[in-house]
Design a protein around this ligand. Structure first.
Ligand code: ZN
Length: 85
């Protein structure tokens, strides 16, 4: 839609469904770039977020389906899980 939008710059050339140590735990929020979040355990694209609130600009921590339980345990142990609703 916006032709002035800067081109997408992937963090690495590894496909997002593959592990990549360079991407572990990376959460990128940049104007003109997609909101990207990678699993702290493996660097894959991840879909299970903890502790984030985009309305407040808090990206949170994101885990892939494989490491989702690790994330849940970690956040619960730390008492950092935001209660939904
Ligand atoms: Zn993972």
């Amino acid at each position: 839609m916006d032709e002035n939008r800067p081109p997408y710059r992937p963090l690495t050339d590894t496909p997002v469904d593959q592990t990549d140590d360079r991407r572990r735990g990376v959460v990128r929020v940049e104007p003109g770039q997609p909101f990207e979040h990678f699993c702290p355990e493996c660097g894959r694209w991840d879909t299970f977020g903890f502790g984030g609130d985009l309305l407040k600009g808090i990206p949170g921590v994101w885990y892939c389906s494989e490491h989702r339980e690790t994330g849940e345990r970690r956040w619960k142990t730390g008492g950092l899980v935001a209660s939904a609703g």
